[in-house]
Design a protein around this ligand. Structure first.
Ligand code: AAL
Length: 402
C-alpha cells in the first residue's frame, strides 16, 4: 500500500513538473480554435507554442491595409493665413451650407503668461480667455473670418473665463456647438466642463445652455491646498479633473457625446500623458447626457476625432497612450478595436462632415482642418490631406511592388 501511495505522489509530482517545464504549451482546445489559414497568414507554424504576441495577433480582425493612411499639412489663405498676435486653434468639423464651408474655432489675442503671474488679469494658456468665432470658405482653401459666434459668459457664470475647443453638429435644421468651458479663476486645479449652444442658422444668434451639459466626475480628492494637479489622496474616475474636446454624433437614434477625460493626479504612462476618452449618451441633442458605465472607452488618445462608418463609429487616436497613432472602429460606439497603426496624425482635426463616409473607411480624412503651433503663444489653422497607402515599395525599386 505504502508503495502505491509513493508511486502516486511521484506521478503527481512529475505531472506538476511536466506542466511547469512547458507552461507555454497550448491546450488542445486552445490550438484547435485557430484555422490553418490564419496560422499560415501570420507565419505561425508551431501552434502548440504560441507567444503572447502571436495570441494577440490571432485575435486581430482579418483586415488588409484599407485603414492605413499618411497625412500632409499645408497653409491656408485669407484670414487663416498665420497672423502675428492672434490665436486661432482647435477648428470644428466642416459643414457645407449654401455653397460655403463653415468652421468654428477658439480665438483670442496676445501672449500667454502661464500660472506664475497674475492669474486674475493675465492669460495662462493660449486657450484661456477665448471666445468661439467662425469662418467660411467657398473652396476650403481661402477663408473669411465672419466674427464672433459664442462669447464667454458674464462674471460668475460657469463659462466666464473661456469658451473653447468647439465642435459642431447639424441635426434636423438646427446647429449645435459643444465646447469646453472654464470658470474664473483659472487655477491649475480648476475643473473644466462642457457647454452647448444652438441656433437655427449657422450665422447665429446662438442660445447657450444655462448649465454645463457635462462635468468631470466628482470622486477625486486633492491632497493639500497647493495648486498642484499631481497631489491627490484619491484620483477618481478617468475624467475627475477635466472633460474636454466634446463631439456629439447622432448614432443609433441617440446622441453620443464623445469627450477626452483628464484625471486628477494624472501620470505619465507608456511614454505619454494618461489621457482617455469617454462617451455620454442622450435621447435629445440638448441632453441630459449620461456617461456610459463602460467609460473610459479608450486607453489612449487626445483630441476627439470620430465619424460614422459601416453602421459603427470610427475613431482616430492620437498623441498619448500605448495605442496612440491608431485608427479604431466600434460596432456599438463603445467597444473599439484597432484597425490600423499609422505614422502620426495632425492635431485637433476638424473633419469634413460633407464627405461620403461610406465610400471607404478613411474617406472623411481625405482633407480637413488642423492647427499648428507657430510658437507657444500663437497657433493657426491649417489644412491637412491624407492618402491611402496600400503597398510598400523598396526605395529605388522603380515603382514596382517588391
Ligand atoms: C487641446 C485640447 C483641449 C485642451 C487644450 C485646448 O489639445 O485637448 O483644447 O484644453 O489642448
Amino acid at each position: 500500500m505504502k508503495k502505491i501511495v509513493n508511486f502516486l505522489v511521484v506521478a503527481l509530482f512529475m505531472t506538476f513538473i511536466g506542466c511547469n517545464s512547458d507552461k507555454c504549451a497550448q491546450s488542445e482546445a486552445e490550438t484547435n480554435q485557430y484555422s490553418e489559414q490564419d496560422l499560415d497568414r501570420l507565419g505561425i507554424t508551431d501552434k502548440d507554442h504560441l507567444s503572447a504576441a502571436s495570441k494577440r495577433a490571432l485575435k486581430w480582425d482579418k483586415i488588409g491595409n484599407e485603414w492605413f493612411i499618411e497625412f500632409e499639412v499645408s497653409d491656408l489663405k485669407g484670414d487663416f493665413a498665420y497672423e502675428e498676435g492672434v490665436v486661432r486653434r482647435d477648428p470644428s468639423a466642416l459643414l457645407k451650407i449654401d455653397g460655403k464651408y463653415y468652421t468654428w474655432y477658439s480665438r483670442n489675442t496676445g501672449p500667454s503668461q502661464g500660472f506664475g503671474g497674475d492669474i486674475e488679469n493675465e492669460k495662462v494658456f493660449p486657450w484661456d480667455r477665448c471666445d468661439i468665432w467662425y469662418a467660411t470658405s467657398v473652396d476650403g482653401i481661402t477663408w473669411k473670418e465672419e466674427g464672433l459666434a459664442v462669447a464667454r459668459g458674464p462674471k460668475g457664470a460657469y463659462d466666464d473665463r473661456s469658451v473653447f475647443t468647439v465642435e459642431v453638429m447639424q441635426w434636423e435644421g438646427m446647429y449645435y456647438l459643444s465646447y469646453q468651458t472654464v470658470k474664473s479663476p483659472y487655477s491649475v486645479r480648476v475643473k473644466n466642463q462642457v457647454g452647448l449652444a444652438w441656433s437655427s442658422s449657422p450665422n447665429g444668434p446662438w442660445t447657450k445652455s444655462e448649465e454645463p451639459i457635462l462635468s468631470p466626475a466628482d470622486n477625486g480628492v486633492w491632497k493639500g491646498t497647493e495648486d498642484n494637479r499631481f497631489n491627490v489622496l484619491k484620483k477618481g474616475d478617468f475624467d475627475s479633473h477635466k472633460v474636454h474636446d466634446p463631439c456629439i454624433v447622432p448614432f443609433k437614434g441617440k446622441f453620443f457625446l464623445y469627450y477626452k477625460g483628464e484625471q486628477m493626479g494624472e501620470e505619465i504612462t507608456f511614454g505619454g500623458r494618461q489621457i482617455r476618452h469617454g462617451v455620454a449618451i442622450a435621447d435629445n441633442p440638448k441632453g441630459p447626457y449620461v456617461k456610459s458605465p463602460y467609460n473610459p472607452i479608450s486607453n489612449s488618445g487626445h483630441e476627439i476625432c470620430v465619424w460614422p462608418y459601416n453602421g459603427g463609429i470610427a475613431s482616430l487616436i492620437t498623441t498619448d497612450g500605448p495605442e496612440k497613432n491608431t485608427i479604431q472602429w466600434s460596432p456599438d460606439g463603445i467597444n473599439f478595436t484597432i484597425k490600423s497603426s499609422i505614422k502620426g496624425a495632425p492635431h485637433a482635426i476638424g473633419l469634413n462632415r460633407t464627405a461620403d463616409t461610406e465610400k471607404e473607411p478613411t474617406e472623411i480624412l481625405r482633407w480637413g482642418l488642423t492647427h499648428e503651433y507657430m510658437n507657444s503663444d500663437y497657433q493657426y489653422i491649417r489644412r491637412f490631406t491624407s492618402r491611402r497607402v496600400t503597398t510598400h515599395v523598396a526605395k529605388g525599386a522603380g515603382g514596382k511592388k517588391k
